[in-house]
Write a protein of this length. Structure first.
Length: 151
């Protein structure tokens, strides 16, 4: 029963991240990095919800891949988990940058420096969401459930 509670808590925290990433009153992305023209374009072009969804998908997908697709006794150490965390923390901002750059290019806007600075916070969000996803779904893994911290 407590494992389902961990899963529900993880889903609720992820949903809260998505809500705060999409809101116009308190936007977690704008609280971390703000540049007047850049953030106005991000909001007006509805980029924030897609960036948040991509970050969530990569983070939860990375955790699911580690715990259920890889799920190997040879790959169940904390440093293997840390390697997947590193991969997620690099992959999420790269995908988000590509999407962001594509949307801006389509609309004839160039904010290369601001986009790179903006994606640095995606590294933090992706890592935090990966940790949340790990502690939410690791309990049903047959080989990796003790990673990164034993029960």
């Amino acid at each position: 029963m407590k494992h389902f509670i961990y899963l529900i808590i993880g889903i609720v925290l992820t949903a809260l991240f998505f809500v705060f990433a999409c809101s116009d009153g308190f936007n977690i992305y704008e609280q971390m990095y703000f540049s007047q023209g850049f953030n106005d374009k991000m909001f007006n072009l509805n980029v924030y919800p897609v960036i948040a969804a991509l970050t969530i998908l990569v983070s939860w997908g990375g955790a699911a891949t580690y715990y259920y697709a890889i799920n190997s006794v040879k790959f169940d150490r904390w440093y293997h988990w840390l390697a997947v965390l590193g991969a997620v923390a690099v992959l999420a901002p790269v995908i988000c940058y590509i999407y962001n750059d594509t949307v801006f290019s389509t609309h004839g806007v160039m904010y290369v420096g601001e986009s790179i600075q903006f994606e640095m916070q995606t590294v933090l969000f992706a890592a935090a969401l990966f940790v949340i996803a790990s502690f939410s779904m690791r309990w049903w893994s047959s080989n990796c459930r003790h990673t990164p911290i034993p029960q």
